[in-house]
Design a protein around this ligand. Structure first.
Ligand SMILES: [Ca+2]
Length: 85
């Protein structure tokens, strides 16, 4: 994915990575999302981001947390819909 992801893209990426089909991502699934978005972070960085994104600290990333993290932290390569660049 080289252009900025759309909302639909992000949802598709999220659902594709959600191997358990429970609408939340564990650390391994979160890693798959990052790869899908073309983000290459080290394991430690990924773990750190995961913990930052998991705002309710239940050990999983919901789509809401995922979107919030992308918006607030600007992880994606370009500006997201509705996000500050
Ligand atoms: Ca969570």
């Amino acid at each position: 994915m080289t252009t900025r992801p759309t909302e639909d893209d992000l949802l598709a990426v999220f659902r594709r990575a959600d191997l358990g089909g429970d609408d939340r991502l564990d650390l391994m699934e979160f890693t798959l999302v990052l790869e899908s978005l073309g983000l290459s972070w080290t394991r430690a960085e990924t773990q750190d981001r995961f913990e930052q994104a998991d705002t309710n600290r239940d050990g999983f990333i919901s789509y809401r947390e995922f979107r919030a993290a992308l918006d607030v932290r600007g992880w994606a390569s370009g500006p997201l819909p509705g996000a500050r660049s």
